[in-house]
Design a protein around this ligand. Structure first.
Ligand code: GLN
Length: 488
């Protein structure tokens, strides 16, 4: 029998509720796994053994009293460093928040706890979620479990690596331009960015507020549906959260996609796409065709501008959001300064990494008087055109299919010298955020190098049900299982 740490949340939860195993036994299996392999992977920034076992005991006690602890009973979960937790620290993998303790839990943390989840600790990321390789973390370097010389993707690299290496059953990430889907692709797991507004962001440290969204990493689509059942819904603490009914997403996993129209945007299948990724994604589309999907070509002409638009809007919003880290109210303050101005300058220069500084400068520039109209306002207008392209495409199809990433995982240092090279990693994922759509990446095979490939689906806003239905149908019929990464 597979060890508990190899199992999915739905398997764990039903075994815990059916008293085949205790939540403490499950948590112990995961803690042992972390102790055995995280020395190689470095996904966790903090591990909480006592806290995890105490939560697991509470789940077991509820079961002993005949109560139902919830749909994630005893499921061990890892949390990205950008999500506020009263337990431990919330550092955003930045020196500026070193030792910062949040006075409150994010809404989603409360919701997961109420559903019986057990939290194992915090996971590494690119500083303030800016990056595509987790190399921008000020804490440590997370490795890809499939090849320790390669990056796990980013910015939620720790969250993806932890699920892929069986160090948690589900993890939480945030996605502003691809930070859930791209690392999910590179590490061979399922990653979902829900529709903007679907999940409360109360307690998510903001990067770019009009783009940020929280979502789950999991080992299969069923677990993604289970996690979304818990995470989604209106939160009075987040004015941008949508007041819409949340369906039971597991009901969408019917296996039936007959007559579903699958749109292939021609702009996503150009020479920019690596040959191996193309072959894998095309094979995935064939699987869905066999299951009764009708493939139609769609056009998203404004997509060519998406990367430029994203790096204007996200930097503008980041420069405003990160102004609060000034050495006065949070975290690090430079000890040697003769006045307030010098304190700001020294604090930010010493405690923000180079990528964060670059984005603050770019964002301040595009918002400054004289440049605002030429950059920020223009970018907002083009963002609207991108959204309109998708609206038009969705009159012709029910879901869109694209690659998740142009290439599989790359080696450490191979893109750090050229920020533009790194930004291109998100070429297929950023438009989803600009258009506020839900998107999902799931594994579609291993490349010759032994590294995972991923396929991405997108649907209309708030149609996560169709998104999960297509992904689940592919997962069930592809005949592809990645197996286990060669660590440990
Ligand atoms: N890699 C992109 C960036 O660097 C996306 C990051 C994210 O989604 N948080 O901005």
């Amino acid at each position: 029998m597979a060890a508990w740490h190899e199992k999915t949340a739905h398997e764990i939860s039903s075994a815990v509720r059916g008293k085949q195993v205790s939540a403490v036994e499950v948590a112990t299996s995961f803690l042992d796994r972390i102790a055995a392999v995280d020395g190689n992977v470095d996904a966790y920034t903090q591990v909480w053994p006592e806290y995890a076992l105490a939560q697991a005991q509470a789940v077991d006690a509820k079961i002993a009293r005949g109560e139902d602890p919830g749909i994630l009973s005893g499921a061990p979960i890892g949390i990205k460093e950008v999500i506020c937790t009263e337990q431990g620290y919330t550092t955003c993998s930045s020196k500026i928040l070193e030792g910062y303790q949040s006075p409150y839990d994010a809404t989603i943390i409360k919701k997961l706890a109420a559903a019986g989840a057990v939290f194992l600790g915090k996971l590494n990321m690119d500083e303030f979620a800016m990056g595509s390789s987790t190399e921008n973390s000020a804490i440590k370097t997370t490795k890809n479990p499939w090849n320790l010389k390669c990056v796990p993707g980013g910015s939620s690299g720790g969250s993806a690596a932890a699920v892929s290496a069986d160090m948690c059953t589900i993890s939480l990430g945030s996605d502003t331009g691809g930070s859930i889907r791209q690392p999910a692709c590179l590490c061979g797991c399922v990653g979902v960015k829900p529709t903007y507004g679907r999940v409360s962001r109360f307690g998510l440290v903001a990067f770019a507020s009009s783009l940020d969204q929280i979502g789950p990493f999991s080992k299969d689509v069923e677990d993604a549906a289970l996690a979304l059942n818990v995470l989604c819904g209106k939160d009075p603490m987040d004015a941008t959260s949508a007041d819409l009914p949340v369906p039971d997403f597991t009901q969408a996993l019917t296996g039936d996609i007959k007559g579903l129209r699958l749109g292939m945007p021609k702009q996503c299948f150009t020479e920019a796409l690596g040959a191996e990724m193309r072959e894998k994604v095309m094979a995935a589309i064939e699987v869905l065709k066999k299951q009764g999907a009708e493939v139609v070509e769609v056009s998203l002409p404004a997509l060519d501008y998406a990367l430029a638009v994203y790096y204007i809007i996200c930097t503008a919003e980041a420069s405003a959001n990160l102004a609060r880290f000034d050495g006065v109210r949070y975290g690090f303050r430079h000890p040697e300064a003769k006045d307030v101005r010098e304190m700001y300058v020294k604090t930010k220069s010493a405690a923000f990494g180079p990528e964060v500084q670059r984005r603050i400068m770019l964002g301040t520039y595009v918002l400054s008087s004289g440049y605002y109209d030429a950059y920020y306002l223009k970018a907002q207008k083009v963002r609207r055109l991108i959204k309109e392209d998708f609206d038009r495409a969705f009159t012709q199809c029910d879901a869109i299919v694209t690659p998740t990433s142009p290439t599989p995982a790359f080696e450490f240092g191979s893109k750090t010298a050229d920020p533009l090279e790194m930004y291109l990693s998100d070429i297929y994922t950023i438009a989803t955020n600009l258009a506020t759509l839900p998107g999902l990446s799931l594994p579609c095979g291993l490349c010759a190098s032994g590294l995972p490939a991923g396929v991405q689906f997108m649907t209309k806003p708030f149609d996560e049900s169709t998104l999960l239905r297509v992904a689940h149908c592919y997962e069930k019929n592809s005949g592809i299982t990645l197996g286990k990464p060669p660590i440990a």
